[in-house]
Design a binder for this molecule. Structure first.
Ligand code: DAH
Length: 341
């Protein structure tokens, strides 16, 4: 029995040393220490021993059991530590590896120009309005004095959604004048930037989609002098102190009188150069005093209230501001181009 116990001890130690999984350890525990295990079997045989042998053998069996138990516990702990170590290593995050710098974008040059414009007008007490690009022809044309038969209503120029030409992609931001008159309390001071659409082929100066900024003021006693003063102030801030402007008579259906405003060429100072095509002046925007009939259609009494409005192309403004010579560059979004601003 003594040899038997010695053999069990030796064999158990060897097997426990080789065990490589907790399942194997459990198997060994059952094999040696379980109810039907080898140590238990030996203890059961104890009854057949001479009385004086029993305590010694009992003690020896208990010793062997204790040794195996101890070894089992140690092996288990070791296995757990190893597993934890492996997991930690697998999940380790090396904080010393150099990071990848995120690529930061920035505002598109056209929106830089627009934001400058907004700043200037907000500073003068204007509110910035946003409006729908899908617009009623009634607001885009009728309410702006461009009745049936007006050339700009032609199907060859305008994107309509229906046969009756009632719903369209707005061809100008001017319907925002009507929306403001219909929804706001007087007096009104607004600018309304946004996309507009016309059936134009793409080239260096045209695109079927482009941006305009509309401006409008309605108050008591507003005159053409206010229009000139406000626009001159904006131009000075945009192009620098001392920039000269010139107002030429023009025609728009919704303003009377109407004008176009030019700025003196920033390149040649008015002498004439390729930038201004030898003119010395560059056309910037259309403007005028709001037609009394347009006010009347909005329920505003033209004998009490008067106002002015302007509208300009934002791409053209940005192109001049950043000396960009092809409109397509504004829309292509080539990062190499955009990074320059
Ligand atoms: N909507 C006009 C256009 O697209 C521009 C314009 C001219 C707007 C005169 C105005 C204005 O508000 O008063 O050509």
């Amino acid at each position: 029995m003594r040899e038997q116990l010695a053999r069990i001890r030796e064999e158990a130690m060897a097997k426990l040393n080789e065990a490589s999984s907790s399942a194997e350890l459990e198997e060994l525990r059952v094999k040696y220490l379980g109810k039907k295990g080898e140590i238990t079997a030996i203890l059961k045989q104890m009854g057949g021993l001479p009385a004086e042998e029993r305590p010694k053998m009992g003690q020896l069996a208990n010793e062997v059991r204790a040794v195996i138990e101890e070894k089992l516990t140690a092996a288990k702990r070791e296995m757990e530590e190893k597993a934890l170590d492996l997991r930690l290593r697998a999940e380790a995050l090396d904080v010393t590896v150099p990071g990848k710098a995120p690529k930061m974008g920035h505002r598109h040059p056209m929106y830089i120009a627009l934001d400058e414009m907004k700043e200037i007008f907000i500073g003068m007490g204007f509110t910035v309005l946003d409006g729908p690009e899908v617009e009623l022809a009634e607001l885009n044309f009728d309410r702006l004095n461009a009745d049936e038969g007006h050339p700009s209503r032609d199907w060859s120029d305008t994107f309509y959604f229906d046969e009756q030409s009632r719903v369209m992609l707005r061809s100008q931001t001017s319907p925002m004048q009507v929306r403001a008159m219909d929804s706001m309390e007087l007096p009104i001071r607004i600018i309304a930037p946004g996309r507009v659409y016309r059936k134009d082929e793409v080239d260096a100066t045209h695109s079927p989609m482009f941006h305009q900024v509309e401006g409008m003021v309605i108050d008591k006693g507003v005159t053409m002098a206010d229009l000139k003063g406000t626009l001159n102030t904006a131009v000075q801030q945009l192009y620098g102190e001392g920039t000269k402007t010139r107002f030429r008579p023009h025609h728009f259906p919704f303003t009377e009188p109407s004008c176009e405003m030019d700025v003196q060429c920033h390149k040649c100072g008015g002498v004439g150069c390729p930038t201004c095509k030898g003119e010395g002046w560059i056309e910037l925007l259309g403007a005028g005093m709001i037609h009394p009939h347009v006010l009347e259609m909005a329920g505003i009494d033209p004998n009490v209230w008067s106002g002015w409005a302007f509208g300009f192309g934002l791409e053209r403004l940005a192109m001049r501001r950043f000396k960009i010579d092809d409109l397509r560059l504004i829309f292509e979004n080539d990062v190499r181009f955009l990074e320059q601003f």
